[in-house]
Design a protein around this ligand. Structure first.
Ligand SMILES: Nc1ncnc2c1ncn2[C@@H]1O[C@H](COP(=O)(O)OP(=O)(O)OP(=O)(O)O)[C@@H](O)[C@H]1O
Ligand SMILES: O=c1ccn([C@@H]2O[C@H](COP(=O)(O)O)[C@@H](O)[C@H]2O)c(=O)[nH]1
Length: 565
């Protein structure tokens, strides 16, 4: 922690860059205290919503502003005057003071879920947090309350008039606070956005409406992290572990395999010392004790086996899976490191072309991906069906891994002539699907956004003639459709003769119809599949609310081209 509060942190690392791999590593661990940063303009309603979140999701609310005000009011504080000056002027207190207050408050609490409200507000804050707390906490996501300056100003002035007692709830301070927000804090929100971690909430609605959106954000991230935890457990037990056969040559071999499977290091050592077993004795599928222990996550057994000479380069006969692949599949990073240090080839291929990096990307084990990439894993490799690690991460909604791979591709491209991000991002599987196409089908809007921003082409269709926009419309993924529309995709007929607007009408999906119309989709465009236009379809099905929407939306007159993508 910060020893001397008066020491100014001069952090020179560019933590606003995507390529800060240590930083990304620091936000991955499941075991560390979880943090949700809450950002937005002054008066956007951060404190109001935090109170509701505490009640519903049992987080501990730490407002950086409140902690600073408390410190300012503490008798004898060396920082009282400095803090008050910053508050009045709407400028940002040096990070060592704020971060130290936050860390102390976190330490005091016995909880491990924190809402950090109003921090980090500038690059100094972010760098300071990274340096001191980055490796000790897990940033789950950032809640961003978006609200116009006018509304925020009005709310703060009313709060002041109602007796908040805050020295900065006045017009003069508020103007300065907004300048700081626009100039400094927006860059922090953009930084986290680039990592796929920002959930933007429309804070101009009523407090209850805002909270409805807040709940969705928490549920979204909760579902994702729980899914990851479940997979970590299943990865070791069901996918590979139970599929292994255990038929060995001798009773001692059977016992060795059983010890590896159960993690019984003492029994294993005893058997190995006896000289009666071969350390790499394998069953009919070529499964060795080291593979067994790696798949089951027994690090002590793996250490014992390696130290007694087990071969980390062996593969299973049928699938070609190595110990490294099995450890990566289970998310056992300590075993992955051990195997790599012991000479396991980082890019060993399974029979289907899969590698340890691919399986870790698929399962969402960011820490494992980092370890493998830092050990030289090739991010450009493809499975026999054409899938890349990027594809697998996108298909499964692992935004952090998508960011990590994209930044690794960019660095590799700078250093040699390997594919550029733009080329790599649009690599297609044999069925023609790109990472973007898959993420759109699955409704992973964060991943869709990350990929589009990195240069993914929204108009690459799958071999069946379906575009990402059409697929997202068919599946009813309104947020993914919204993200795709940001990149001006083709709105007309896809090559299979269907259109996104037609698909949305067929499924009576009004939110998607609305945003497609707003983007210029044509309600009169006849699809070649059904020979009906979206409007004719709505009339046929008597979807009155949609007919009304078409009638009242001027843009349905249409500007989209009728030629297929
Ligand atoms: N959705 C809302 N609609 C209308 N008023 C709101 C809404 N949310 C909060 N308020 C009111 O606006 C004022 C500011 O809200 P709040 O203190 O939660 O904002 P904040 O973002 O934490 O502000 P600050 O950054 O200045 O600490 C309060 O008086 C609050 O009651
Ligand atoms: O991390 C922080 C948080 C706050 N400040 C200063 O406090 C005021 C008020 O903050 P609120 O979040 O609106 O309560 C803010 O304008 C800053 O001057 C800070 O320096 N660092």
């Amino acid at each position: 922690m910060f020893g001397l509060l008066t020491r100014r942190i001069t952090c020179v690392t560019s933590s606003l860059g995507l390529r800060n791999i240590n930083y990304i590593k620091s936000i991955m661990s499941d075991e560390l205290p979880n943090v949700v940063f809450v950002l937005g303009g002054p008066g956007a309603g951060k404190g109001t919503q935090c109170a509701k979140i505490v009640e519903k999701f049992q987080y501990v609310h730490l407002s950086a502003g409140d902690l600073l005000r408390e410190e300012r009011n503490t008798e004898g504080s060396a920082f009282g005057e400095l803090i008050e000056n910053h508050i009045r002027n709407g400028t940002i207190v040096p990070v060592e003071i704020t971060c130290s207050l936050l860390a102390t408050a976190m330490k005091k609490s016995s909880q491990n879920k924190f809402l950090i409200d109003g921090f980090p507000r500038n690059k100094d804050n972010l760098d300071g947090w990274q340096k001191e707390m980055g490796s000790k906490t897990n940033v789950q996501f950032v809640l961003f309350f978006n609200c116009s300056q006018e509304t925020c100003m009005e709310r703060c002035l009313q709060r002041g008039a109602a007796g908040s007692g805050r020295s900065d709830d006045n017009e003069e301070s508020l103007k300065k606070r907004f300048q700081t927000y626009v100039k400094d804090t927006m860059a922090i929100i953009e930084h986290y956005d680039a990592l796929g971690l920002v959930r933007k909430i429309d804070a101009s609605q009523s407090p209850d409406q805002v909270f409805e959106d807040v709940k969705k954000a928490f549920e979204y991230f909760k579902v994702r992290s729980e899914a990851n935890r479940t997979r970590r457990w299943c990865g070791s037990r069901s996918l590979s572990f139970f599929n292994m056969s255990y038929k060995k040559e001798s009773l001692s071999d059977v016992r060795l395999h059983a010890a590896a499977r159960q993690g019984n290091v003492l029994a294993m050592r005893h058997l190995l010392d006896s000289g009666k077993v071969h350390i790499d004795s394998h069953d009919k599928d070529g499964t060795t004790p080291l593979m067994m222990a790696s798949a089951a996550g027994h690090i002590e057994c793996c250490r014992e086996l390696i130290s007694q000479g087990a071969d980390p380069t062996l593969r299973r006969k049928e699938t070609g899976a190595s110990s490294l692949f099995l450890a990566a599949q289970g998310g056992f990073n300590d075993i992955v490191s051990l195997l790599l240090q012991s000479g396991a080839p980082v890019d060993a291929r399974c029979k289907d072309g899969g590698t340890a990096l691919m399986v870790a990307s698929q399962q969402g084990y960011t820490d494992v991906c980092l370890e493998l990439i830092n050990s030289g894993a090739d991010v450009h490799l493809q499975m026999k069906d054409g899938a890349t690690s990027l594809f697998l991460a996108s298909q499964n909604g692992h935004a952090k891994i998508v960011s990590l791979i994209l930044s690794t591709v960019a660095s590799a491209n700078e250093n040699n002539s390997s594919l550029s991000v733009e080329e790599m991002i649009n690599v297609r599987r044999l069925d023609g699907a790109t990472p973007l196409w898959m993420a759109a089908q699955m409704g992973f809007d964060y991943v869709v956004r990350l990929l589009l921003r990195a240069g993914a082409n929204p108009n690459i269709i799958r071999n069946d003639g379906v575009s990402p926009l059409l697929k997202a419309s068919q599946k009813g993924h309104v947020d993914a459709v919204g993200e795709l529309l940001q990149s001006n995709p083709h709105l007309g007929l896809s090559q299979n003769g269907d259109s996104p607007l037609y698909a949305a009408v067929l499924r009576r999906n009004v939110p998607i119809i609305r945003i497609l119309l707003r983007a210029g989709a044509d309600a009169h465009l006849t699809t070649t599949r059904s020979l009906l236009s979206p409007k004719a379809l709505a009339e046929k099905l008597r979807f009155w609310e949609i007919i009304q929407l078409f009638n009242t939306t001027e843009s349905y007159e249409g500007s989209s081209s009728t030629s297929p993508v």
